[in-house]
Design a protein. Structure first.
Length: 335
């Protein structure tokens, strides 16, 4: 497999400096190699080893090292491979063996969830994938890796609505397994699956970096705010779910350039991303245009979502006027 994430030497050295000593030394020692062999099982593939392959392809590709991916259960071939994952009945990081099918307490996360092959690879290579950014690696783990671990190990909790179809990245990748009657092969389709998930994972990492930048910017704006219950941004943002953990933050104000408006967005609770800490007044729900403007007294009020998590005004002044009313209601309800 040809790595697609080559990195200039100066950027490579900067990234390596951010990594833990063990992995940094390993990657530096491999810079004299142009190719390593990694092995996983053959036959039907699953999202954990497919995604693990994409992770390794990027990590080693950043060092200019090509992955020779073999898919087999042959013991001799596995023994000769530099890295083996999702097969081999052994988890031993020092030997670069990452199977999760055997009984082993070392496979468990702190919450008791068993790591899949991806979970093990991410545990040891996730920070390198994220170029030394530990916060980003933790976010990707929380958003993507943990769920794949749970599904692959049959530890997925029942959804609140058992009738809701469960269709996510695991099903998307497993659908790429070959249709044998059409002449497709497991190895050929595996390469397609790795390419597909590599794009998804890379995009997720980019998105996590932006979310972390937004979180930091919101924290800074809140420090400059007259009231810790809200923050006003000078640029458009997409509020990340992580804002929920900021204690006391209830509202975020920011411009929305597509429609040339200003939005006031409620911060959700840490427990439920569909519940606002302080929703807008119930009487505003679903009102728009002149009806909302007349009701609130804010002349350029445009809209309040029926679920009361978003209200919009034409100007910053109007948005802040709506915010002031929401804060006043919040004080009354708290009192």
């Amino acid at each position: 497999m040809r790595a697609n994430f080559g990195m200039p030497p100066e950027e490579r050295d900067e990234m390596l400096a951010k990594l833990g000593t063990e992995l940094r030394d390993e990657l530096r020692s491999l810079q004299t190699q142009s190719r390593i062999t990694v092995a996983t099982h053959g036959g039907k593939f699953h999202v954990d080893e497919v995604t693990a392959t994409a992770v390794l392809d990027r990590v080693y590709g950043n060092q200019g090292i090509e992955l020779n991916v073999i898919r087999t259960r042959d013991p001799l071939a596995l023994a000769e491979a530099d890295i083996v994952y999702d097969v081999g009945w052994l988890y031993d990081h020092e030997r670069r063996r990452y199977d999760h099918h055997q009984p082993d307490e070392a496979l468990k996360r702190e919450n008791g969830l068993t790591r899949s092959a991806l979970g093990l690879i991410w545990l040891h290579y996730g920070i390198a994938y994220c170029e030394g950014n530990e916060r980003a690696a933790a976010q990707v783990d929380n958003i993507l890796v943990r769920g794949i671990d749970a599904r692959d190990n049959a530890e997925l909790r029942m959804p609140e609505d058992p009738e809701t179809p469960d269709y996510g990245i695991s099903q998307v990748i497993e659908q790429l397994n070959p249709i044998l009657s059409r002449g497709e092969t497991y190895d050929g389709q595996f390469k397609k699956a790795v390419g597909r998930v590599a794009e998804i994972l890379s995009r997720l990492y980019d998105k996590v970096l932006v979310d972390l930048e937004t979180e930091d910017a919101v924290i800074a704006a809140r420090l400059a705010s007259d009231d810790p219950r809200y923050a006003v941004m000078d640029h458009q943002v997409t509020p990340p779910d992580s804002l929920a953990k900021i204690e006391g933050l209830e509202y975020l104000v920011f411009p929305e350039h597509t429609n040339d408006t200003w939005q006031v967005y409620t911060i959700r609770t840490p427990e439920n991303p569909f519940i606002s800490k302080q929703p807008f007044p119930e009487a505003w729900a679903g009102r728009e245009g002149s009806e909302l403007a007349e009701f609130t007294g804010v002349k350029d009020a445009i809209f309040c979502h029926k679920k009361r998590f978003l209200t919009v005004a034409k100007s910053k002044k109007g948005a802040l006027a709506l915010l002031a009313q929401a804060l006043e209601q919040s004080e009354r309800s708290d009192g």
